[in-house]
Ligand binder design. Structure first.
Ligand code: GLU
Length: 611
């Protein structure tokens, strides 16, 4: 969660007991200690990895009381709605990937937010100018960017399909946590501070997150009784009040007529969501994408997310090179070049497959990958952006036709979201990424309900270009980068991983897979390793530690490396992953971020030291 540390600079003490490290905004003397964060745990009986100790603890409690991975994943996600309210919650959406140990199947749920049925194609153009709204602050803090939330419907569907507990049961602990409160850490305070102006714009948001006009103090408890009551209502009545009852009406009202406080002059364009959009919302049961890599089967999310197709296409290209046998800088050069090709194709071809024809089989075809690989020089980086490939004409013989004209789309995806991974004692696995998009979503709290609404529709392209697969259309899901992933070997799960980070999610997951399966790192090392992200842009975005480690060597290949940064928060970090590896002997290694965003929290049901 915290955005100020660089991975390689993690002091040993911070890894062992970050709660003991003095942080800016340090707690007053009588403060409640911030629960310690544990980046790696090994053991048996089940495991949970998330960004937050309370959420991981709640997931483990569900596993210990006999619940399965799906029950624990929903409980962990609902707890994150309490402790990470700026990243995820009832007001957002996400993608749920599940491996069922009894059938061996990997299946997914697409719980992405949808555009309202009344949204016009030019919704993101400012009527005053005819030009796209400024992304920040106009679009980000708006009703027009709010999509119909899918998170609650995802929980309901996942429990219904694979769970062994009811919504009523799994929401019990998260409701209690919302009532009791969590201990404010430096990250939560900083995120609130970064959003202060947006949050002051709405009476409901100011009331919840800026009580008395002040930032929450580190070491105090942050309680959210409104969210506790919302969870209680859903425990009693199921999802109906949210999708067909009073909360649906309140969401629609908050979008169409946001509760403005008059305390700022942010423009806040209003939106189009109606009660009918909520009533009509459905998650999609979706086949997972599958890519073969080094004898493994890598499963991911199909469109509306571009995660599975983009990670998969890059892996198909890399599969053609023996990365393990080469110098590491050479392997990283190929990682960056493969990623650029996959991103060019993502932009050209991927959108919500219910609305546009996505050539998913082509994008994941080894023959197409061979053709794309022909454009990579193992010694020299190509000038960026590279052109997309031609999915209509390829034979793997390096004589591809011309692809479509590249669409110039600014990368406006932001860096929030959260990922969690769960394995249970039976070998079921969940890899679940969920979000409200921006840190703090649209900034609009539904009055009295304790959760923020998303601004997910900003993932659409603003310009209404009929050639763009990611243009705005009524009812459509904006293209996502979320990449919850499950890896099997011979039908048995070996790894589940995912990350936040907007479009860098794709490269983070890809890089972790390469670090783990090609470059000989353990899963904990792969999560900690400094990162770089090539998304078909002129310069590679990289963490300072990556530039320090690899800059000169990669520059020799012709790459330009630019430090990662975020306009709002000056973050120099890429991703904040959560993973679980399942050893051949069944030993589980839960791994969370050691440092990024303040570090994550890994836990196992029964601890056992790794031999
Ligand atoms: N909106 C992003 C996506 O769906 C996720 C938000 C983020 O990670 O910043 O890909």
């Amino acid at each position: 969660m915290r955005r100020h540390s660089i991975v390689r600079a993690v002091p040993a003490l911070a890894l062992l007991a970050p709660a003991l490290v003095a942080l800016p905004g340090a707690p007053p003397a009588a403060a409640v200690p911030v629960p310690p964060k544990i980046p790696v745990a090994t053991g048996t009986g089940g495991a949970v990895s998330s960004v937050d100790p309370d959420a991981t603890r709640i997931g483990l409690a569900v596993l210990r009381s006999g619940g399965n991975a799906v029950d624990a994943a929903v409980a962990t996600a609902a707890a994150l709605g309490v402790t990470e309210p700026y990243s995820a919650g009832l007001g957002g959406g996400g993608y749920f990937v599940h491996h069922d140990a009894s059938t061996g199947k990997v299946e997914t749920i697409d719980g992405r937010e949808t555009a309202p049925r009344g949204i016009p194609a030019d919704a993101f153009l400012d009527p005053a100018t005819g030009e796209p709204y400024e992304f920040t602050p106009d679009l980000v803090t708006s009703g027009v960017s709010v999509g119909t939330p899918g998170t609650l419907a995802t929980w309901e569907r996942a429990l219904d399909r694979w769970g062994s507990r009811s919504l009523k049961q799994v929401l019990g602990r998260p409701a209690a946590l919302a009532r009791k409160g969590f201990v404010v850490d430096d990250t939560f305070r900083q995120q609130t501070k970064d959003n202060r102006e947006r949050f002051r714009t709405f009476t409901s948001t100011k009331q919840l997150f800026l009580r008395g006009g002040r930032l929450p103090q580190v070491g105090t408890r942050f309680r959210n009784p409104d969210l506790a009551r919302t969870y209680d209502l859903l425990r009693q009545a199921g999802p109906a009040p949210f999708y067909r009852g009073p909360i649906a009406g309140e969401i629609a009202k908050s979008v169409r007529k946001p509760p403005l406080s008059g305390r700022t002059d942010l423009p806040v364009p209003t939106g189009y969501l109606t009660k009918r959009d909520l009533r009509d919302y459905r998650v999609r049961d979706q086949a997972a994408t599958r890519t073969g890599y080094r004898g493994l089967d890598v499963y991911g999310m199909a469109p509306s997310s571009s995660g599975g197709s983009t990670v998969g296409e890059a892996l198909e290209i890399l599969e053609r090179h023996d990365l393990a046998a080469m110098d590491e800088a050479q392997a990283l050069h190929l990682y960056l070049e493969a990623s650029a090709r996959a991103f060019a194709d993502r932009t050209a071809y991927v959108g919500d497959a219910a609305y546009v024809d996505v050539p998913l089989d082509d994008l994941l075809s080894p023959t197409f990958a061979a053709e794309r690989d022909c454009t990579i020089d193992p010694e020299q980086a190509a000038p960026k952006p590279v052109d997309p490939g031609d999915v209509t004409s390829y034979d793997g013989e390096c004589a591809a036709g011309e692809g479509p004209e590249p669409v110039a789309v600014p990368d406006t995806e932001n860096v929030e979201t959260t990922h969690l991974t769960v394995v249970d004692r039976w070998g079921d696995v969940v890899s679940y990424t969920l979000t409200i998009e921006q840190t703090g979503g649209s900034g609009i709290v539904v009055p009295g309900r304790g959760f923020l609404l998303n601004n997910e529709l900003t993932d659409f392209t603003a310009e209404p270009d009929p050639e763009d697969p990611n243009r705005i259309q009524p009812g459509k899901r904006p293209r996502s980068s979320m990449s919850p992933t499950i890896v099997l070997r011979d039908g048995k799960p070996v790894l589940a991983v995912g990350s936040p980070g907007g479009s860098t999610i794709i490269t983070t997951v890809l890089q972790i897979l390469v670090e783990r399966f090609d470059l000989g790192r353990s899963i904990a090392e792969a999560l900690a390793a400094p990162r770089a992200s090539q998304r078909n842009t002129e310069a590679v975005t990289a963490e300072p530690a990556f530039i320090e480690a690899w800059g000169p060597q990669l520059e020799a290949f012709g790459h330009t490396l630019a430090p990662a940064g975020d306009a709002l928060t000056s973050a120099a970090e890429i991703g904040a992953a959560a993973a679980i590896e399942i050893g051949p002997d069944g030993l589980l290694t839960a791994a969370a971020e050691p440092a990024r965003r303040g570090g994550g929290s890994a836990g196992v049901v029964r601890r056992q030291e790794s031999p």
